[in-house]
Design a binder for this molecule. Structure first.
Ligand code: CU
Length: 278
């Protein structure tokens, strides 16, 4: 049996723990609400971004509500038993209905969230339509470069051995299709037109991340990874590298300009083929 002084000490500790749980839970809720005004996601600027955001908020509300509920109950029980002096927890052993309840309910909740996100994922990764704009984007330590296929609509062969100051993309002059390829440092896209991005990496893993489009995809050396999306708002967007790729990772940012089809055509017409401009 505990001495009376020991028991009052336990009570004080119990009440303190209860208060700490309440304060931390409230701080979590307040921080999230404050973040909502200051450090939240940039306004969505792509078609599938609406689905992604809906999924994000659904998950946040479900998990957030459960988080608050569980912690308020936890704090409440710690507080209550310390006030009443009945520190001993009630112990249930082999309680089949209870075990089934706390297994099945979370399982259903998780299954629903996994199914919903699976539907969104499949919709995002549907193949782009045939008339989609095709752009190749290559990551390198520590910059981005884009390539457009030129009037022939075909990307020329690339030979990594040819990469140099005059030929940063490594285009192979022996390939006819490479003759009109255009390489640029700034990516231009057309508003409301689906785009297929062929992602490549020159040296190490990079990740193509445009927060406003809700797009993030790794670029892997030796592979061409395709992603597609539809930008829905004109403007300039930041392309960041989201894969720690070396000491200059933090400066690896590019610009994505979304514009009307006319503005895009005019811009593209001004660009000279990479091999001819040497
Ligand atoms: Cu990078």
């Amino acid at each position: 049996m505990a001495e009376p002084s020991e028991r009052s000490g336990d009570r004080r500790t119990g009440m303190l723990v209860g208060i700490v749980i309440f304060v931390l839970t409230a701080a979590g809720v307040i921080t999230t609400l404050l973040a909502r005004d200051r450090w939240w996601l940039p306004p969505v600027a792509s078609l599938h971004g609406l689905d992604t955001d809906r999924m994000f908020y659904t998950t946040l509300v479900i998990t957030g509500a459960l988080f608050v509920l569980v912690h308020v109950l936890l704090g409440l029980f710690v507080w209550r038993s310390s006030v009443s002096g009945e520190e001993r927890a009630y112990f249930l052993q082999d309680h089949r209905p209870l075990e089934l309840t706390y297994t099945i309910i979370p399982a259903i909740g998780l299954a629903v969230m996994v199914t919903l996100s699976g539907i969104v994922w499949t919709r995002i990764h549907r193949p782009a339509p045939a008339d989609a704009l095709v752009v190749e984007v290559r990551g390198e330590q520590f910059a981005w470069m884009a390539r457009y296929p030129g009037p022939d609509g075909a990307f020329g062969r690339i030979d990594p051995k040819r990469i140099g100051r005059d030929n940063p993309m490594g285009l192979d002059p022996a390939d006819q299709a490479a003759a009109d390829d255009i390489t640029v440092r700034e990516i231009h896209l057309v508003v409301n037109r689906p785009v297929r991005v062929r992602l490549r990496a020159r040296d190490v893993l990079h990740s193509f991340f445009v927060a406003a489009f809700r797009v993030k995809q790794d670029a892997v050396p030796g592979m061409t990874v395709e992603i597609s999306f539809t930008p829905t708002r004109e403007g300039d967007y930041e392309l960041a590298c989201a894969e720690l790729c070396g000491v200059g990772h933090y400066i690896m940012r590019g610009k994505v300009k979304v514009e009307s089809q006319q503005a895009f055509d005019a811009w593209l017409a001004q660009q000279k083929p990479a091999l001819k401009s040497q």
